[in-house]
Design a binder for this molecule. Structure first.
Ligand code: UD1
Ligand code: UDP
Length: 382
């Protein structure tokens, strides 16, 4: 009998887990593939939530998370932790996702161990070295290390081609759209007690998230101040902010937004709650990458609380607008969406430039093709 292709998936944070989960399920279903899951544990509770939801069992966990971790400690812990695992398991290929320090350090560890690297969600760029920090350099450096590149969109592929990354680039769609088809249900009941009690028809519920490293400090204070003023001047609005577990995020958010009757601060919710919350809310304000892909697919207008985005497709389609981190600009743009029905309707058209729900299938097929065990998959959009 032929040996199976050993595919080791390595990830450590919430968004990587959400976007790798449908792919892991797909790999597990393939007869020609042995799927091995290795967690770095860059996140803990926020990672476990996702693994429980998708019923994913890890084979290895480096458990690196510590309070106040820095990009240096994450990188060195992953690099040294992966060395022995890669040496023992000897996978045929290792898959990393996107732009976290887990992804970059994982890819570097694989390169040092002589293991092929497949990069899921490849080719996103701002070309601003410091924004998002450190994600822009993490993904650029991961592209240099990778052997297979799974670009969600044609424009992501074009970024890679511009950088002379021309071999084994597949346009697959984003696996987050695969995940949405598992989670969003019309008759969904929320697991979170606070969400379960909400009548979403009563107010305009605005889903808020903010956590990026480059926003910590003054920009996050400006964002929260804007939210406070919007909440105080719009009695028909309720904000829901599932706060990231980083104390630097929570301290600022609770200091500025705590005690307001129309701002609901809650702990991170599981991904099923999150996607269904997004489905029921009026609009989204966020600095997250993943939410910029999910909300347009669900027909929700998004204001991005950053000065740039590596996801221009939904901006071009009109559903996502860059609000930046200036308090007055955020207030003005949010008030337009809250108070001007025409402006809202224009921005609320559902668009789905990021995938068709079959990204995981294309990635699994591309891996088999690379190892000479299948046909080349058609690109997403072809
Ligand atoms: C990381 C990624 C970022 C990604 C984000 C998704 C890097 C450098 N950053 O940023 O790209 O957008 O994850 O959320 O790779 N914490 C907990 N429990 C958890 C998770 C985090 O307590 O389950 C706390 C810890 O105190 C930890 C801190 O949050 O030290 C920061 O976590 P870290 O992974 O360093 O940064 P993120 O902002 O989450
Ligand atoms: N998410 C979640 N629960 C939350 C907040 C976010 O499940 O309380 C999901 C969200 O739907 C998206 C992903 O986490 O799929 C985004 O993660 P995050 O914002 O932490 O990271 P980013 O996408 O910015 O890298």
């Amino acid at each position: 009998m032929m040996n199976k292709i050993k595919v080791m998936t390595v990830f450590g944070t919430r968004p990587e887990a959400i976007k790798m989960a449908p792919l892991i399920k797909e790999l597990e279903n393939r007869d020609l593939i042995e799927s091995i899951v290795c967690l770095t544990g860059q996140h803990r509770e926020m990672l476990t939530q996702v693994l429980d939801t998708f019923k994913i069992k890890d084979d290895f966990n480096l458990n690196i998370m510590r309070p106040g971790q820095t990009v240096t400690t994450i990188t060195t812990d992953v690099l040294s932790g992966m060395e022995k695992i890669l040496c023992d398991v000897k996978p045929d290929i290792m898959l990393v996702h996107g732009d976290t320090s887990t992804s970059f350090a994982g890819a570097l560890a694989a390169f040092y161990a002589g293991v092929r690297v497949g990069h899921v969600e490849a080719g996103l760029r701002t070309y601003d070295k410091y924004s998002p920090f450190p994600e822009e350099m993490n993904r650029q450096m991961t592209s240099r290390l990778a052997d297979l590149h799974f670009a969600p969109t044609v424009s992501n592929k074009q970024n890679l081609l511009k950088e002379n990354v021309t071999q084994n680039v597949f346009v697959t769609g984003n696996t987050v759209i695969d995940a949405l088809s598992h989670t969003v249900k019309p008759d969904y009941c929320f697991a979170d007690n606070t969400l379960a009690k909400i009548d979403f028809n009563k107010y305009k519920y605005i889903l808020l998230t903010a956590h990026r490293r480059e926003n910590l400090g003054a920009p996050l204070r400006q964002i929260c101040t804007a939210v406070r003023k919007i909440a105080e001047s719009n009695s028909d609005v309720r904000f829901i902010y599932p706060m990231h577990l980083n104390p630097l995020v929570r301290n600022t958010a609770t200091e500025i937004l705590g005690g307001l009757n129309n701002v609901i601060l809650i702990d991170p919710v599981d991904v099923c709650d999150m996607h269904n919350l997004m489905q029921r809310c009026y609009m989204v304000m966020t600095d997250s990458g993943g939410l910029q892909e999910e909300a347009p697919a669900l027909g929700k207008p998004v204001l991005v609380l950053r000065t740039e985005t590596e996801r221009p497709e939904a901006v071009a389609a009109g559903t996502v607008k860059i609000a930046g981190v200036d308090t007055n600009t955020i207030i003005e743009m949010a008030n337009t969406l809250i108070r001007d029905k025409n402006a809202y309707d224009l921005q609320a058209a559902a668009v789905n430039p990021y995938g068709d729900g079959n990204a995981s299938q294309r990635i699994a097929n591309a891996i088999l093709y690379y190892f000479g065990l299948g046909d080349k998959p058609k690109d997403f959009g072809d």
